[in-house]
Design a protein around this ligand. Structure first.
Ligand SMILES: [Zn+2]
Ligand SMILES: [Zn+2]
Length: 406
């Protein structure tokens, strides 16, 4: 026990350098801190309120439109990256995992884009900002929005360094703030609180309108953030919903989906991912409303084109099939995430239930029976100890995949 603590302490420096983070309730998220004492403090400025802030964004965009709006949901596997083009203006929302850096960069370059007017890093999880440092280094950038949250991951540090190297500052999102991407109008809808237990809820949520068409980009915002948008009476209606958190059951509450009331849904998700995305309950909700679903695991890169009246897609809709790993979890009914985490899943219980040796990551909340558990795949440091030690060190949740969730 004492040895293990000492070991952990000595690893602290390494953790800062090597730890990576995931996006699922079953993943090994690294600890994060709300920005107050962080390295980024000097580098982040609160924007003074702009004259074009509308407190209650509503309805149809009356701005005269020019040409088409193109929204590219780039296939980056179990991650997000969305490129938006209108006229000669562009915006990138997230840049996939670190390993997607070149994919995203090449995709943007192949469009003939040399400058991104806006970059939005929805929240500091690696599957959203992993490629962002490289993108910032590769293109001219006018403005970068990121939420007031930090992470101790290398990916996040890379983004901060890239921004610093460019002499830029991060713009914090203000709910109700609007800005133009060509003749399309982007409105920031979330986050509506300054801090959350789960980093996903810090996600910057954007509604983009173009003529009569509208698009919602939810990042990994979960039901808590969705509820806040609804209780504030924010207009979330949209023709196309980028489904929150890769189709997890922690997002897309029925109330939220009813208000967005999209014709089309897009899910950015990797084939056979270990997070159980997209979740059965999400797919059933989309199917019940007859919403056409496009998904990167089946469709590859998805391009939606709007002429201000109609929206067309480059591919045929995908299926309503869901990831079987998540199928057994108890449906989230807006109760706390802990209850979802502890919901009993018995997909693959270890053969050695009585063996008390467990595995965990420095910052993960879970312990694992299986060192090769799929949820540990992205963790570079895997520690070992007795179940009791793991629990006393704060790794108290049994992994839903390998430890039976109990
Ligand atoms: Zn996330
Ligand atoms: Zn994510």
């Amino acid at each position: 026990m004492r040895n293990m603590k000492r070991y952990l302490c000595s690893l602290l420096g390494l953790i800062l350098i090597f730890s990576l983070t995931g996006c699922s309730s079953t993943s090994e998220n690294t600890s994060t801190t709300v920005l107050s004492k962080s390295i980024s403090n000097q580098n982040i400025t609160k924007q003074a309120p702009q004259p074009n802030i509308n407190k209650a964004p509503v309805g149809i965009d009356k701005t005269p439109i020019n040409g088409n709006l193109k929204v590219h949901y780039i296939d980056v596997g179990q991650a997000d990256s969305i490129l938006i083009e209108q006229g000669s203006s562009s915006m990138l929302i997230d840049a996939g995992n670190n390993e997607d850096s070149n994919t995203v960069k090449d995709y943007i370059s192949e469009r003939g884009i040399t400058k991104l007017n806006y970059i939005v890093g929805t929240h500091p999880h690696e599957d959203h900002i992993g490629g962002l440092g490289y993108i910032i280094n590769s293109f001219k950038v006018d403005k970068i929005y990121m939420p007031k949250a930090t992470s101790n991951t290398k990916s996040f540090q890379d983004v901060v360094s890239a921004i610093k190297a460019k002499g830029m500052k991060v713009s914090l999102p203000t709910v109700g703030e609007t800005f133009k991407v060509g003749s399309a109008t982007a409105t920031i809808l979330a986050p509506n609180s300054s801090s959350y237990e789960d980093l996903n809820n810090n996600s910057i949520v954007i509604r983009l309108t173009f003529g009569n068409n509208s698009f919602m980009f939810d990042g990994d915002a979960e039901d808590i953030s969705e509820d806040e948008m609804l209780s504030k009476g924010i207009d979330v209606s949209a023709d196309v919903l980028k489904v929150g958190h890769h189709g997890s059951n922690s997002s897309t509450s029925q109330a939220f989906l009813d208000k967005v009331n999209p014709k089309y849904a897009v899910i950015s998700v990797g084939t056979g991912n270990s997070y159980g995305h997209p979740h059965k309950s999400t797919m059933e909700k989309l199917q019940a409303k007859g919403i056409k679903v496009y998904r990167t695991d089946e469709n590859g890169t998805i391009v939606a084109t709007s002429n201000g009246k109609d929206i067309t897609f480059n591919v045929k809709p995908g299926s309503y099939s869901y990831n079987k790993i998540g199928a057994a979890t108890i449906k989230s009914n807006n109760t706390s995430k802990n209850i979802v985490n502890k919901s009993s899943v018995k997909t693959k219980t270890s053969n050695n239930v009585n063996n008390k040796t467990v595995y965990f990551t420095p910052n993960g909340k879970s312990y694992h029976y299986n060192k090769n558990c799929s949820t540990l795949k992205r963790s570079k440091i895997i520690l070992e100890g007795s179940k009791q030690e793991a629990i006393s060190l704060g790794h108290a949740d049994p992994c839903n995949i390998c430890a039976g969730g109990n």
